[in-house]
Design a protein around this ligand. Structure first.
Ligand SMILES: NC(=O)c1ccc[n+]([C@@H]2O[C@H](COP(=O)([O-])OP(=O)(O)OC[C@H]3O[C@@H](n4cnc5c(N)ncnc54)[C@H](OP(=O)(O)O)[C@@H]3O)[C@@H](O)[C@H]2O)c1
Length: 279
């Protein structure tokens, strides 16, 4: 379990379309975030499905589950081709909350259910047991966490004997953790990046913008590609269809190793929320 020194890896120059979770199941390398998409969910998810997105990230508290379910139902895309991620809250009965999420989504199962944040006391052992039960009865295929530090993951493993499939955390060149990347890589945990575009707050950064221009891409595309090359799975939220399309157009260029290093060097533990909870 011990993390190796801080050597950020570049997992793939040309990322495959999916990443293998430790269960052996495949997850797309890129998904659509749906936080703050509640007023346009059906339209935005329908556009995204047409554009080619096959993974959607939601939560009971995003108020997007009904819209996602409706968009999927009318899309003509087979359910097996779609990877649905949802979350339960630290104060929930995790089994009942999973059932409630699925009822809103109008889906028989989710691909991944995550504990949204570590509880104030302990590391969520009872939440995990509820999710394990949901997995046993076929309500979910894989289970994981969000916003856990390395120590909290180690504690969870100590108490449950199981590794989370995913740790979903805020992640961008401006705010990330080489130690977490190494730890997750070494333990077969996939990092999903939330706010991978910094909620658009840092897209005007001069260094980012000038590097993106050199590749003939925009800053959002450079941020997404940086994640893919690290083996991190970004979940950019985009309401506008042109943003959705831009964010998929990231498989036709490669960031050079020196530029990957320059992007890593932008790290200032920045958080659009104020503080990275996992560092
Ligand atoms: N687990 C957790 O605790 C947690 C916490 C926060 C978020 N999340 C998940 O992570 C997802 C993404 O994070 P986020 O929503 O906070 O922020 P984000 O994805 O970093 O940024 C979204 C913003 O970027 C804009 N944008 C998207 N593509 C763009 C492009 N190509 N060029 C310029 N601007 C672009 C969007 O505009 P438009 O929408 O107007 O197109 C929106 O304003 C969430 O939606 C949610 O699913 C999880």
């Amino acid at each position: 379990m011990a993390a190796k020194p801080n050597a950020i890896r570049q997992a793939h120059f040309f990322p495959p379309q999916s990443v293998t979770l430790h269960s052996g199941r495949e997850m797309p390398v890129l998904g659509l975030g749906t936080y703050q998409l509640k007023h346009h969910t059906v339209e935005a998810v329908t556009q995204a499905l047409e554009a080619g997105y096959r993974m959607f990230d939601t939560s009971g508290d995003y108020h997007t589950q009904r819209g996602i379910g409706e968009a999927i139902k009318h899309s003509g895309v087979a359910r097996e081709e779609i990877f649905l991620v949802t979350k339960i809250e630290d104060t929930d009965d995790s089994f009942a909350a999973t059932q409630a999420n699925l009822a809103e989504l109008k889906q028989p199962y989710a691909d991944l259910v995550l504990i949204h944040r570590p509880p104030e006391d302990g590391v969520g052992e009872s939440l995990w047991q509820g999710l394990r039960r949901a997995k046993r009865v076929g309500l979910v295929n894989d289970i994981g966490v969000c916003n856990y530090s390395i120590e909290q993951i180690e504690d969870l493993v100590y108490h449950t004997g199981e590794l989370p499939a995913v740790n979903q955390i805020e992640w961008s060149p401006f705010g990330h953790s080489p130690g977490m990347l190494d730890f997750c890589h070494d333990n077969g945990i996939v990092i999903q990046a939330w706010s991978p575009l910094t909620r658009a707050l840092r897209l005007n950064d001069d260094k980012l913008a000038s590097m993106a221009a050199r590749y003939g891409k925009n800053p959002a595309q450079l941020l997404i590609r940086w994640n893919l090359q690290l083996g991190v799975v970004p979940l950019p939220k985009a309401n506008h269809v042109h943003h959705q399309l831009e964010n998929l157009s990231v498989f036709d260029f490669e960031i050079s190793p020196p530029d990957m290093a320059k992007l890593r060097a932008l790290n200032e533990h920045y958080s659009a929320m104020g503080k990275l909870p996992y560092v």
